[in-house]
Design a protein around this ligand. Structure first.
Ligand SMILES: Nc1nc2c(ncn2[C@@H]2O[C@H](COP(=O)(O)OP(=O)(O)OP(=O)(O)O)[C@@H](O)[C@H]2O)c(=O)[nH]1
Ligand SMILES: [Zn+2]
Length: 356
């Protein structure tokens, strides 16, 4: 069965003209002989690119020195692309990006950052307990995904530690109106292995796609990535794609799923999402059933309330978004609230004891 039956590919919003999404290549030659590969890690000006089945080290050509290159980017390489020990290729071209996950400037970082390129999906990882899930983090991640035209998936780990295994931490019912693919994983107390059904379910969702992953420390990201890829990040085993040993926990890495069936990009840089760049309309666009109702909104409407000139309440009130309309609008507003709120802080809502 197609898990994406509710998702219309034509609605994926790609905005090639937005700042930063189209790398400048104007002044550089076309390098038609360049070999194309995917950037898997970035480490102080040194790029590791997966080219066919080898890992190639590269540096940017002079003309691209000011252009950010991030994991997930498809790039053209010339020069020594053998990938042999000590070899260095030249990165001369960045292909147009289909999507771009970015983070606004915030208190901790004054620059807007490009984080991952060409992801189709964002896997938002939270634990049912230890650490307790925070809806603020999930909401912000959802907004960032919808804004970028990326499909979000929710992974709830450590269900074995939850009091209610059917709806760990109340998250499943909390996000029920979002048509969000949700996978719940756990580990049996007598075993070190994660439940096979959850790993298989996730494997199916990730198949053939490029998935960025985000979640706070300790929620079980590495444990799941290891189960999915057979790689062992935590113990620093040599990785087949990057050809490298230990990764510092602060560097992003793209890992090829078994049988080259998609990529998962583990990106410590997106544990927090600065959302100042996000336009409410781009979030609304992910709610196909509501978007038409905004035709009568005041120009520049933030879709917060009828008093603010929002027409969505009337639209939903007339039943034009169907029977789930009111709940969907409530969910949308819940997400949009993270645009006006301060960045994720200690006061945010925790869901630990929400009724089902
Ligand atoms: N009980 C239980 N523990 C789990 C599960 N998944 C992972 N853990 C444990 O949770 C701890 C943290 O897991 P990691 O995979 O290292 O978490 P992480 O998200 O990669 O953490 P960082 O590397 O700090 O970002 C480890 O001790 C895991 O063994 C689970 O489903 N159930
Ligand atoms: Zn509105």
């Amino acid at each position: 069965m197609n898990r994406w039956e509710n998702w219309d590919e034509s609605k994926v919003r790609v905005r090639p003209n937005k700042k930063g999404s189209r790398p400048r290549t104007k002044e550089s030659p076309t390098y038609s002989d360049a070999e194309l590969g995917r950037v898997v890690t970035v480490d102080r000006g040194r790029y590791t690119v997966s080219l066919d089945d080898r890992a190639v080290s590269a540096v940017r050509a002079k003309a691209l020195r000011r252009t950010p290159v991030v994991p997930g980017d498809i790039v053209g390489l010339v020069g020594d692309t053998s990938g042999e020990e000590g070899s260095l290729a030249r990165l001369v071209r960045i292909e147009e990006r289909s999507t771009l996950l970015r983070r606004s400037a915030d208190d901790t970082d004054e620059a807007e950052r490009v984080i991952v390129a060409n992801a189709d999906q964002l896997l938002i990882v939270v634990a049912a307990a230890d650490p307790e899930p925070r809806t603020g983090f999930i909401d912000r991640a959802l907004v960032a995904a919808y804004d970028a035209g990326i499909i979000p998936i929710l992974l709830i780990t450590k269900a074995d530690l939850a009091e209610n295994p059917a709806d760990p931490a109340g998250l499943v019912s909390h996000y029920a109106e979002l048509n969000l693919n949700t996978v719940v994983s756990s580990r049996a107390s007598e075993s070190r292995d994660l439940s096979a059904s959850a790993v298989e379910e996730l494997q199916e969702l990730l198949g053939g796609r490029v998935t960025a992953m985000s979640g706070h420390s300790g929620v079980g990201k590495s444990t799941m990535v290891n189960a999915l890829t057979g790689a062992d990040r935590a113990t620093g085993g040599v990785n087949a794609v990057t050809g490298r040993g230990r990764h510092t926990s602060s560097s992003a890495v793209a890992l090829l799923l078994p049988e080259a069936n998609g990529w998962i990009i583990d990106t410590p840089g997106i544990r927090s999402f600065g959302l100042a760049h996000v336009d409410p309309d781009d979030v609304l666009a992910a709610f196909e059933d509501l978007v038409e109702g905004s035709a009568d909104c005041e120009p520049g409407c933030a879709h917060e309330s009828p008093e603010g000139g929002c027409a969505l309440d009337a639209w939903v009130g007339q039943g034009r978004a169907g029977e789930h309309g009111p709940a969907r609008l409530k969910s949308l507003r819940g997400l949009l609230a993270s645009l006006s709120g301060a960045s994720e802080g200690p006061g945010e809502k925790r869901l630990g004891s929400v009724e089902p």
